[in-house]
Design a protein around this ligand. Structure first.
Ligand code: C5P
Length: 213
């Protein structure tokens, strides 16, 4: 499942995984964890060369249980800090470094290969790069306004306008970067969630899974 920020990917993919009894992988949490580590190490975000050279240093461990998904980096539980504004503001720069992507894509493919019963994987490049042979590919979208409202409901202390601006900046960086930009796979089905509640989104995806898998 791919799509821009705030399109409802996390809630929808976790819900679909629960309904189907599958594992769930949040690849955004992996990029966020590496970004947390880069900041923690005091590496300059503009220093792509150092980020590239050290990309494989931290040890990432993912929990793919949809009831208890999360990430640790070098044994540290970073699930709270990776949602903070400092990480959110920095993640697109770190995610644009090709060596970071190569490392995380390899880890993601390993996790997928180790889960033969199947997995719901969410991100920006899952249908195009990580799992091009996935039996079902969903591309979630929603209007900028709806996406900002959802994010605003999740985060306090920020206006809808500030959210629209932040998400637009992140979406532009994510879809214009050279390495694996956010784009819809040719064989993905687009689901526009602007007018849909979470249950309706999950029901529509389960219908597509039944039809296609
Ligand atoms: O999904 P989430 O908003 O947590 O993702 C955070 C950031 O991680 C995205 O804005 C993007 O820069 C990066 N990302 C990516 N590829 C993925 C998942 C996330 O580049 N598969």
């Amino acid at each position: 499942m791919d799509g821009p920020s705030g399109s409802g990917k996390s809630s929808a993919s976790r819900g679909v995984a629960r309904a189907l009894g599958l594992r769930y992988l949040d690849t955004g949490a992996m990029y966020r964890a590496v970004t947390w580590w880069v900041l923690d190490q005091g590496i300059d975000l503009a220093d792509a060369e150092t980020i590239a050279a050290r990309a494989t240093e931290p040890v990432l461990e993912m929990s793919t249980d949809p009831e208890n998904s999360g990430v640790t980096i070098d044994g540290i539980d970073v699930n709270g800090p990776i949602r903070e504004a400092t990480v959110t503001g920095a993640v697109s720069a770190v995610a644009a470094v090709p060596e970071v992507r190569a490392h995380l894509v390899a880890l993601q493919r390993e996790l997928i290969a180790g889960t033969p019963e199947g997995m719901v994987v969410e991100g920006r490049d899952i249908g195009t790069v990580v799992a091009p042979h996935a039996p079902v590919k969903i591309y979630l979208t929603a209007s900028a306004e709806a996406r900002a409202r959802r994010r605003n409901a999740e985060l306090s202390g920020s206006t809808v306008e500030a959210q629209v601006a932040d998400m637009a900046r992140r979406d532009t960086l994510d879809s214009t970067r050279k390495a694996d930009p956010l784009t819809m796979a040719a064989d993905a089905v687009e689901v526009d969630t602007t007018e849909l509640g979470l249950d309706e989104v999950i029901a529509e995806i389960l219908r597509l899974v039944k039809e296609r898998a």
